[in-house]
Design a protein around this ligand. Structure first.
Ligand code: NAP
Length: 344
């Protein structure tokens, strides 16, 4: 008999919290992951986990990139916590699965950090994309968001895009005609989608500046060749002076909006320095430290609005998938990198 079954089911999933008492599922240390749907819950058979990039990078580094050790590491986290909640980065990811009751193929739109997850077996780890194929099951609470997978987009591609859906949706919301937008970590999944949205939004008079560690990646080349960026800066975002000096050289007025899409820590100040006074910094990165951002901005006397990268924005799933449909070359790139033919 599970603990959750003895408690009154709650739409927010609090009946699944094992410890500490009073915690919500997201900040709980441990959840009851019994694979049975209680009232209001939906049980899903899970095939693929898309581990959040910051989390996967940390785990892969700790395991020297060895798929077998990464699988053991993930299994250990889930068996201790009842959810895939990386204790180091605090981040999760999302899953693809089948809703047991309806047979619908879905992607979860809530974090794995709050999703009761039961793993029977790990079948394959793809170190290149941070995806893990499993046999297992997950619980969605009454309030959990999910998306039915579209027919016109490969489901592994959809998973990769939906994981970062907040980024293109917030970019659309924040950017205006004629503005200068800096996108840090431009050649990653969220960075690429954010560049496409920003470019469409700022129009002819605006400017999108992509920043990443190399111009040589396939994604960086795609951004430049298809003019999703007007300028591309090669910089390490952890080097605040180096990155912002490079930006000042080509855009002395600085960015109206800076969008941080990196998967490493220590990039807050560089993003702040790239942004003009009264501008906006959107920290989509899960490696963002509130303290570093708040004290960093104060320390350099920058009056910027800083936005926490809420993973949810209204209609974010549709906006993210539509970004692919509107930009066939980005769709092709995602297809090459993430499509189902890469399955085990
Ligand atoms: P991704 O595809 O792995 O991209 C990460 C990007 O950061 C790449 O362009 C990478 O460049 C770049 N980067 C790494 N180190 C850098 C450095 N020192 N200087 C400049 N750029 C650097 O990651 P993603 O899936 O787009 O996710 C991006 C971030 O969003 C992660 O932190 C992830 O955890 C977070 N996230 C947030 C939410 C949310 O709800 N807020 C949801 C999902 C993910 P190279 O590839 O060239 O190394």
């Amino acid at each position: 008999m599970s603990i959750a079954s003895e408690r009154a089911p709650h739409p927010l999933g609090t009946h699944r919290v094992l410890e500490p008492a009073g915690a919500m599922p997201q900040n709980a240390h441990r959840l009851d992951n019994t694979p049975v749907a209680f009232e209001g819950e939906r049980l899903c058979d899970v095939d693929v986990l898309n581990i959040d990039s910051a989390s996967f990078r940390q785990i892969a580094d700790a395991c020297d990139g060895d798929p077998a050790r990464i699988a053991d590491h993930v299994r250990a986290i889930v068996s201790e916590r009842g959810k895939m909640h990386n204790p180091v980065t605090g981040s999760g990811g999302m899953f693809i699965g089948t809703m047991r009751a309806t047979g619908e193929r879905i992607a979860s739109l809530v974090s794995l950090t709050l999703t009761p997850l039961h793993i029977e077996a790990i079948e394959r780890v793809d170190v290149g994309t941070g995806r893990i194929w499993i046999r297992g099951s997950a619980i969605l609470f009454a309030t959990s968001l999910w998306a039915v997978l579209p027919d016109d987009i490969d489901e592994n591609v959809a998973l990769a895009v939906l994981d970062v859906a907040g980024a293109p949706a917030q970019t659309l919301r924040l950017c205006r005609q004629g503005q200068t937008i800096a996108i840090v970590g431009a050649d990653g999944k969220s960075g690429l989608l954010a560049c496409a949205q920003a470019k469409a939004r700022v129009g002819e008079r605006g400017r999108v500046i992509g920043i990443a560690p190399s111009k040589q990646t396939v994604t960086a080349k795609l951004l430049i060749e298809h003019a999703y960026v007007d300028d591309f800066i090669v910089a390490d975002a952890r080097d605040a002076r180096g990155m912002s000096d490079a930006l000042v050289r080509i855009a002395p007025g600085l960015a109206d909006v800076t969008i941080n899409c990196v998967n490493v820590a220590g990039t807050e100040l560089g993003s702040i320095l790239c942004t003009k006074d009264r501008g906006t910094v959107y920290f989509f990165s899960m490696c963002t430290s509130f303290t570093a951002a708040a004290l960093g901005a104060e320390g350099v006397a920058k009056d910027v609005t800083m936005i926490v990268g809420n993973g949810y924005a209204r209609d974010h799933a549709q906006i993210a998938l539509q970004t692919l449909r509107d930009h066939p070359e980005i769709h092709t790139h995602f297809q090459r990198t993430y499509a189902s033919r890469n399955r085990p």
